[in-house]
Write a protein that binds this ligand. Sequence first.
Ligand SMILES: *Cc1c(COP(=O)(O)O)cnc(C)c1O
Length: 422
Amino acid sequence: MIRTKSEAAFERAQKVIPGGVNSPVRAYRGVGGNPPFIARGQGSHIFDIDGNEYIDYVGSWGPLLLGHCHPAIIDAVRQALDTGTSFGAPTEREIDLAERIRDAVPTMEMVRLVNSGTEATMSAIRVARGFTGRDLTVKFEGCYHGHVDSLLVKAGSGLATLGIADTQGVPKGFTDTTLPLPFNSVDAVEAAFRAHGDRIASVIVEPVVGNMGCVPPQPGFLEALREITARHGALLILDEVMTGFRVAYGGAQARFGIRPDMTTLGKVIGGGLPIGAYGGRADIMRSVAPVGPVYQAGTLSGNPLAVAAGLAMLRYLKAHPEVYRELETTSAAIAAAAPAGITVNRVGAMFTWFFTDQPVTDWDSAKRADTARFARFHRRMLEQGIYLPPSQFEAAFVSAAHTAEDIAKTAEAAKSAFDFTA
Ligand SMILES: *Cc1c(COP(=O)(O)O)cnc(C)c1O
């Protein structure tokens, strides 16, 4: 596969953009080689600037549940464009979107729209602190909640990919407010609450982790978080930025039957445009300004284009519940292409092939994966036109646009790439 134009673009990009990319994992440091520069997408496929075609399992890192350029979303954005790109004033569609979110995720009795998943989690933990009058936040190793200062502790995603434990540039005072615990360990949570229970404002968790690769909750883990937080007067925040509208219409909380106090969303609810949302119990959300004392704001929050795209996405999903059954079948078929000796973790339309024969249930077990072999595998797949996340520690995403032909091609390519790297 020839990528001379992408190579030249990457050279040029690195002179003016740190690492040539606007988000670290895109630079391919986790797999070696240089990233293709993308010209366009259609359905389940993307095309680079050299004209190479790939079957896309990144889907913009989650938002594109219906694939690229879905007509329902493109038409909605086009219509919105004609009426103005931003007002910084309330619009009716923001109510529609908030109502649709509440309809799908009933624990979000009230909703505030923001511009990214990072803003959503940052705001949710601030609200939890304001509401409880406590300072500490429990998070889990390998979970990523955006680049919020106090949450960049033992975080997944790009930090896991680059092998950075914690970032520079965050005052110790901030990270001191964060208690990182092993995912899936109820004992660790009990112990943390025994030691600091009356100082913990919230527990924030990815209900299905996507950011150390896909790691499902073990039976009883989320239930235990619910029970322990309630017992100690702390809030349970489910970070559903990735899982919301992906693992089920109502997110992981619908799939696993958990009622959090607060939820954060992003990705799918913007249909590929920048958006985020946080919400939860009405009594908690009434602490947000201008009603309450917790300040949070945004010039472009509730942006008309993002809201139009998100509304179109949610409308489509509500009208087509069969999408979730299809996603389940398609992603099960694709994930099953891995041979013995590879650990396959999958929940709905997100999955990871871990290069280890041991179960992956937390960050310690994820880390045991053979990342050098993953890198060789990734390059081999890319050469065959299969575009996977360029890191062992990122989930792959299946969309409703993936076809039987895509599945067959992917399985064939995977077979040769697994054999090649064995
Ligand atoms: C992607 C992600 C975020 C951050 O969202 P951005 O829009 O990238 O700021 C937060 N939490 C989870 C679980 C995510 O997957």
